[in-house]
Ligand binder design. Structure first.
Ligand code: PSV
Ligand code: MN
Ligand code: MN
Length: 426
């Protein structure tokens, strides 16, 4: 299944007039405030979010999994699905692979397929949270943190293997997320496990090619329920500092305890030049991996506000790796990803509207009411016409979801791949 640009531009025609009226309206509003709408559109056109190779199939919970039909069962098919997303949205021009779920069989074929869809290879992810069938050692009691040296060595070697795979594809970063921790008090020695983890990460870091970065993810709990070795941004930041200047913290929105002020964490890391990447999703209770912006869109906007400010004001922080890390139990994965991409673009566009100069003045005048008004003025602006226009200018869909449905893409995928195909992953 492949959609071409001609089909999209034909289908765009039916909503073009409505789009132009709405665009004209917001462009005038912005002009009145001295904001150049085209400048924002340009930023949106350039913004690319990596799609994780594990998000293209229906996910599951520990209670069960319900197949969606037409799911990709090979890496080639996953790239085809991202190709569909990218053609429709112009925002999904990268893939993030999880190894060993997605080891390429034929590197040239995979690279050709990605190039054909204008997809680049973003961070590669290692997996030391599951035992592989041919593994000598088990990760049941941890991987890089394990008190058993042989287990640590196996986990270190796996990360090095992942780097080697990524190098063949053109990736430039490795993301490490560890499930390591304990489920009961006394199960492990906190200091020893932290030291083991630090030493192991330093060894992995030494194997990084010179133009690569290491991203260290944190998460407070799950799968372990008493302690997690890299539980929070502070631990990740400390480990990144120990490793070296090309090691960074990666923020996954779902990896915080309820009500954590994530935007403040983002600001702190940017201030220190140590924010490496982002995993977008949304949640109500825990690491729910729900559609981006589906539960707390204002929080997402506040995070983007810090990102926009931070990127402008902290030149020593490198460009960030953006990725969606969501799972879809009951939705069509591609529709869900279209919704997530839309939510990201909306929050980004709203953040770009914040009048930073006015905000600074209001902050200096201690005018709290004005500060809130400035943020909410941006948040309450309907920026969707700008997001749509950013797609139009790249020959993508004005309304990606509507076109996805009118082309009956899922139906075609089911016809091509069958009703019970399954994607590798969780
Ligand atoms: C863990 O919850 C996580 O967010 C990490 O990024 C993993 O690599 C990913 O999910 C997939 O399991
Ligand atoms: Mn993640
Ligand atoms: Mn997660």
């Amino acid at each position: 299944m492949k959609i071409d640009k001609q089909q999209i531009s034909d289908l765009n025609k039916s909503v073009e007039t409505k789009h132009l009226i709405q665009l004209d309206f917001i462009a005038n509003q912005l002009q009145h405030k001295g904001i150049d709408g085209q400048h924002i559109i340009k930023k949106l056109k350039d913004f690319q979010v990596a799609i994780p190779s594990w998000a293209l199939g229906a996910g599951g919970t520990r209670f069960g999994r319900f197949s969606f039909g037409g799911e990709p069962s090979t890496l080639e098919q996953k790239l085809d699905d991202i190709g569909i997303l990218h053609t429709l949205t112009n925002a999904a021009g990268a893939v993030s692979l999880h190894i060993p779920w997605d080891i390429p069989q034929n590197y040239q074929a995979i690279k050709d397929k990605a190039a054909q869809h204008n997809i680049v290879f973003d961070a590669v992810n290692s997996n030391t949270f599951q035992d592989q069938s041919n593994a000598k050692e088990s990760y049941k009691f941890g991987s890089l943190c394990n008190s058993n040296k042989a287990v640590r060595e196996q986990a270190i070697q796996h990360n090095i293997d992942v780097i080697n795979i990524g190098e063949k594809l053109g990736s430039k970063s490795l993301t490490v997320w560890l499930a390591d921790g304990s489920s009961f008090p006394g199960q492990l020695n906190f200091q020893e496990t932290l030291k083991n983890t630090q030493d192991s990460l330093k060894t992995v870091y030494k194997s990084l090619p010179k133009d690569w970065k290491l991203f260290i993810e944190y998460k407070p709990y799950e799968p372990n329920f008493y302690s997690t070795v890299i539980q929070d941004w502070g631990t990740s930041y400390m480990l990144a500092n120990e490793c070296g200047e090309r090691a960074y913290t990666l923020v996954d929105l779902g990896h915080h305890l309820p009500n954590t002020n994530i935007e403040q964490i983002v600001a702190t890391l940017l201030y220190k030049g140590k924010l490496g990447g982002f995993h977008f999703n949304d949640s109500k209770y825990g690491d729910d991996d729900l559609t981006v912006g589906s539960i707390k869109p204002y929080a997402l906007f506040l995070i983007f506000n810090e990102l926009v400010y931070g990127i402008e004001n902290n030149p020593k922080n490198p460009d960030l790796a953006w990725m969606i890390d969501a799972s879809h139990n009951i939705k069509d994965p591609l529709e869900d990803l279209i919704q997530s991409l839309e939510a990201i673009m909306i929050a980004y566009a709203q953040a770009l509207l914040v009048d930073q100069k006015q905000l600074k003045e209001a902050q200096e005048a201690q005018d709290i009411v004005a500060c809130q008004e400035i943020l909410q003025e941006a948040y309450r602006t309907d920026v969707r016409p700008l997001v749509r226009e950013s797609r139009v200018q790249m020959n993508a869909a004005i309304d990606p979801l509507a076109i996805y449905r009118s082309l009956e893409i899922r139906k075609t995928l089911i016809k091509e791949r069958g009703k019970n195909s399954t994607a590798s992953g969780l």
